[in-house]
Design a binder for this molecule. Structure first.
Ligand code: MG
Ligand code: NI
Length: 491
């Protein structure tokens, strides 16, 4: 069953939905009669909603509403929203509150990065891209490397514990409020979390030992898969890696700084483009243009933008990595960068918890005068704006709210991490398909290689499209050029 279009017989190969990522997506590859790839795209199929949903809400509710955007990135949304509300009300959180917020975020990093590396990304490397798909997953990891699986489970749990204690709840934290934190931690909690964070450092150290040789073993795949060269963007703390605060820094593909900007100015530098094949928008560097202004965010970008990591073990790993890869462009190195960040997150948590000021009780700057009522606000044409920018595990996250004089949201814009990697995932999939697909047969291993490119970025499509979604089995559909299904098979 084939169809003819413009004299050419074309086929579409579709990998749908891409598995072991958050949410639903598919890859389609269109092959012409000669067996060469005519085109390929990474599609995102959910529909956005939260930007609209926030309109009319009291802005101080945003830190409690927005964690619902995503079951994985709740803490990042909670904190980006809290920072935006700080700005709306003109409040500056006290030092202890900032440290608690950073610690809460580190809990999210430890949780999310360990989950992704060991259970979502590692199966490709531990089992190998050509392995049986039935084993190339968390079950395979449990069977082939139970120790690694245990390390992962323990590490992830420590992350949850930190977020739970500091954020009030391990899922959808609630303690960040305009001007600071609603509560602190006791010395008993400090001691408990410190012991756990130290355990995490040891667990991660063992995990890194298992993982590092994989990057040597699969160096060919690292070279070959998902080629793209781009700018990079990340928050920067005077050159050190930074998750919670600081301006954003953009570098070009050689590592030269091109911009540095504060959260409130992001619209001067970043614009979002819509493409017909994806519901996920494509942010790019406005002054450079689309697609030349393509930039990436997340672990690879943070390690490229930073010039140092200020903790002992992560710094040593970073030095080794930098010596080998320099300004790294390879998509699969996101995995390596993620591991180094996992180590930094645990070590930084230890640092913060060893400092007794973490139990401080000056937690919040209060409003100096009460807010006006909703009715009074209607009479006023005054508006306020707040922009919160942080490093979510997947990259720069921006919450931008405009409110009326009473603090009710008129307009919300979110720039989520995954969107900023959208174009690079798309280019990477297309280039690899062009290089590797010749003829009608597409092996399971090759389909998995296309997925590996997408998975390396750890896209969070729940976030990117602001929908709540689970996972479902991977299907590969082959379509003709007129959209007719030729063949469907489950992996
Ligand atoms: Mg937006
Ligand atoms: Ni998310």
């Amino acid at each position: 069953m084939k169809s003819k279009l413009n004299g050419d017989i074309m086929k579409n190969i579709e990998i749908s939905p891409v598995s072991r990522i958050e949410g639903h997506a598919k890859i389609t590859v269109q092959v012409d009669d000669a067996g060469n790839v005519a085109d390929a795209h990474f599609h995102v199929m959910e529909i956005r909603g939260f930007e609209k949903f926030l309109e009319g809400a009291a802005v101080e509710e945003a830190p409690r509403i927005t964690p619902r955007i995503c079951g994985i990135c709740q803490t990042a949304h909670h904190l980006a929203a809290a920072k935006a509300t700080d700005m709306v009300f003109g409040l500056e959180p006290p030092e202890t509150a900032k440290k608690l917020r950073e610690l809460m975020l580190l809990g999210q990093y430890i949780h999310s990065h360990s989950l992704h590396f060991y259970f979502l990304g590692a199966p490709d490397l531990v089992m190998g891209p050509e392995s049986d798909p039935a084993m190339r997953n968390v079950i395979g990891i449990l069977k082939s490397n139970p120790e690694l699986a245990m390390m992962a489970i323990k590490t992830r749990k420590i992350g949850q514990s930190i977020t739970g204690v500091v954020g009030g709840k391990p899922i959808s934290p609630v303690t960040a409020i305009p001007g600071g934190q609603s509560r602190g931690i006791t010395s008993e909690q400090q001691a408990q979390l410190l012991a756990e964070a130290k355990d995490a450092v040891n667990l991660i150290e063992q995990g890194v030992e298992v993982a590092k040789p994989l990057f040597v073993q699969y160096s060919e795949a690292i070279e070959a898969l998902g080629p793209v060269e781009s700018h990079f963007g990340a928050l920067s703390n005077g050159g050190s890696i930074e998750f919670y605060d600081g301006p954003a820094k953009i570098i070009d593909k050689s590592g030269n700084q091109v911009y540095e900007f504060a959260a409130a100015d992001y619209l001067d530098y970043i614009e979002e483009k819509v493409q017909p094949w994806s519901y996920l928008k494509f942010p790019y560097l406005k002054q450079i243009g689309f697609p030349e202004g393509n930039y990436r965010v997340g672990p690879l970008a943070r390690l490229n933008v930073a010039d140092n990591i200020p903790t002992e073990k992560a710094s040593a790993l970073y030095g080794e990595y930098k010596d080998q890869y320099g300004i790294a462009q390879n998509a699969l190195l996101y995995h390596y960068a993620r591991l180094i960040e996992l180590m930094y997150a645990a070590e930084r948590a230890v640092q913060l918890l060893e400092d007794d000021s973490i139990t401080g009780t000056d937690l919040r700057q209060q409003l100096s005068e009460p807010l006006i009522t909703k009715e009074e606000a209607k009479e006023s044409s005054e508006t306020k704006r707040g922009v919160g920018m942080i490093e979510a595990t997947r990259g720069i996250l921006i919450h931008d709210y405009e409110t009326d004089a009473g603090g009710f949201i008129n307009r919300a814009n979110l720039i989520v991490s995954t969107g900023q990697n959208n174009l690079s995932m798309d280019i990477g999939v297309r280039e690899t398909a062009k290089q590797m697909i010749h003829g009608e047969d597409v092996s399971e291993g090759l389909k998995n290689k296309l997925e590996m490119i997408v998975r390396a970025y750890d896209p969070c499509l729940s976030c990117a499209t602001h929908a709540i979604d689970g996972s479902s089995p991977l299907a590969v559909d082959i379509y003709d050029s007129e959209g007719q299904l030729l063949k469907k098979h489950l992996l």
